[in-house]
Design a protein around this ligand. Sequence first.
Ligand SMILES: Nc1ncnc2c1ncn2[C@@H]1O[C@H](COP(=O)(O)OP(=O)(O)O)[C@@H](O)[C@H]1O
Ligand SMILES: [Mg+2]
Length: 357
Amino acid sequence: MQDSTLNLLPPDIDLETKIVLKQLARSHRALAELKGFADTMPNKNILINAITINEAKDSSEIENIITTHDELFKAMSQFNYNNPAAKEVVNYRTALWKGYELVKANKIMTTNMIIEIQQDIEKNRAGIRKLPGTVLQNQTTGEVVYTPPSGEQEILELMSNLEKYLNDDYDAVDPLVKLAVVHYQFESIHPFYDGNGRTGRIINVLYLVLKELLDSPILYLSKYIIRNKTAYYRLLQEVRTKKGWEEWVLFILDGIEQTAEETLLLVKKINAVVDKTAENIKESLPRVYSKELVELLFYEFYTKTAYIETGLSVSRKTAAGYLTALEDAGFLTSQKIGKERIYLNKRLFDVVQEAGS
Ligand SMILES: Nc1ncnc2c1ncn2[C@@H]1O[C@H](COP(=O)(O)OP(=O)(O)O)[C@@H](O)[C@H]1O
Ligand SMILES: [Mg+2]
């Protein structure tokens, strides 16, 4: 069953049905609560970094790129670490950060930005598809369910229509409903040879930031999609085959509600572990403690002498002394890799790992 014409946006149907409006209220409430709490956190980068590790891992897992937190830690801290899946996940996180910075700075989302994001994920410059042959298959049977538009010109036109829909709110439709439309449309345009799923899921969070429903990129649907993978593929397809917009929109809105609630719990947990660690360091190592030091310890899973040296503007010797003291007191565990010593923040690692499994 194939239908290869993809309509331009907006969909010619009233998307804000009664049941959608009801769910919208719940999704907005959960999202606003998450935003409100996250806005009060003193160091948002800690939060974003920790949460995007799990998103990078989950979003890649949907595409069968599977890795563990341990492998990720190694790939992040060792430049030459050779694990292709872990590297791809680290690339995904870089792409996400880049996209976030672009949207924050420009207050607009363009096709070129989307191309840049995909290039960062794939680490190649292929850009928009130029050759026909890309098809979408049923995940289990392998049956071809949809052939996306194949000419470069047609793809570019559809992307420019999408770009307008993303940035101009000419239709006054709720942004969360529009997010569902955008995700369907982007995946159906399928503008790249590969990376469409992951790029599309990055667009989702950037859209929330663009519409100021979130300040930091911390709400991700990937975990929800993994839990409901069959429905995700089926509903994407049924927008096309059955005009199943309402069910698709509800699926995304429900995901936003559930995920906002889960993320709020995680944000609170990360907040608590940072505070608790700060308190413990202050007690047991008062001469080492500073607020800035704690922030550096939580910036990533791991730290190095050089990061402390620059971050605190202290000598290398002082920085090394701090880290040794922190390790002796049980706050960090170190490992020598080549000539370098890497210090793992196990408390942070455990919270993120637990949330991500
Ligand atoms: N029937 C469909 N209609 C529209 N989009 C689909 C359909 N089936 C799958 N997709 C989208 O295509 C993505 C996979 O595309 P792909 O380019 O391989 O992404 P990635 O490299 O990130 O794996 C899925 O995650 C999903 O978002
Ligand atoms: Mg793929």
